[in-house]
Design a protein around this ligand. Sequence first.
Ligand SMILES: [Zn+2]
Length: 463
Amino acid sequence: MLDVLISNAEIIYANNRYKASVGVQDGVIAGIYQPGAEPEAGEVVDASNLALIPGAVDMHSHHREGGEPGGYAYKENIHTATMQCAAGGVTTSVAMPNVTPPPNTVPRLEQLFGVYERESIIDFNVNPAGTIPEEIPNLAQHGIGAFKVFMVVDTGRDYPHMPGIGVHDHGKLMEIMEACAAANVPLMVHPHDQPLMDYIEKKFWDRGERDCLAYAKAYAANDGVIWETAIQFLIRLQAATGVHLHLLHVQTAGTVDMIRRAKDAGQRVTAEVNPWAIFLGSDWSEIERLGSYALSYWVPEENSPALWGGLCDGTIDIVATDHAPHTREEKEIGWEDGWKAHTGTPSAQYYMSLLFDAASKGKISQERVVEATSTRPAQIFGVHNKGRIEVGYDADLVLVDLNAEKEIRDEDVLSLIGWSPYAGRTLKGWPVRTFVRGTTVYRDGKVVGKKGHGRQAKARYPG
Ligand SMILES: [Zn+2]
């Protein structure tokens, strides 16, 4: 007898779409059945009017709580971060290393995993900082999906890109790429041209322009030159080292072309786009209205067709949240000094709905939404047993009401910060129930998952 039978759902994953029932036993997908031909089950979930998708595998999230108490956990802790994930249809969330202390050695990584095992209600992993090349072979033995390097060291604040996780020295980056290539683990890079940015931002400051709008314009200056010189350099260095390079924060039309050419040439390059680049920072009026609350970065609208085109045709492989919560105080200061406001926007709770809403408007197919958020990230990073609705895979499943319409409201945000830059938007397409390895963690508007349910979603990099 099955534990759970999800009956008569519209299954959507990758290029598949069909009506079927899915059986779950011991946390795993035990069978896929024609409606009417299902075995008995302890619980039967009638999904006749719902879509069933593999839960999102979010490879890029900032959870704030580190291996030691204090740090940035006042912004968000692992429990509240994973509550948002459960509500948003994310069943595996992978953390970035800008926490205290940054996981750049094995003891620090193990210490951080210990906190996740205690606090997380969904499955998790961590992308360690690849800033110490000699640690890379050891860290690579711990089931990680990727290393992360920021090519950025902030001016005027020590977060989110604090010293110790940022590398912009080209020789050092080459050494890190060689070490990742030898360990056969992908390297994720936040592309940035720091010396160029130093020059560009000084021009703004010399003119007395320091507010959030100046900040937005500085990062987008000269058609995104700081992004494009960095990505061009990284793609060339990939060819030199053979590393699997995963480019974060793709946001200019020019870089979509560069990535397409690199892929055509057979280079091991993959890429991601973040919700803020296609739903938020792409609208200047939102930046004027919300200031630093809307800023990760400004992505001038003329880039939108290339970003959507690249996402739909797979040039941009995946969507990852870059979920990055900050307090209101840390954003408010941006009206005066955009360089002092902490960069980034929260999105884990709403990005699947933003994407399904976009699908309802014909901007992307529902199948591609599922592929880009679940199947493809699991495949790229070798996340074991995730991202597919097939027998033997983990029963990480999300029931979605594709016709439900609901407004995002600050008071519904399940985080410590209590705000969303998307508040006030009405979206079509909402998760109604989320399973992590067969256990319900979210149901009918309530997070019911328990701390300690989450396990490391180990990666076995396919090579
Ligand atoms: Zn990030």
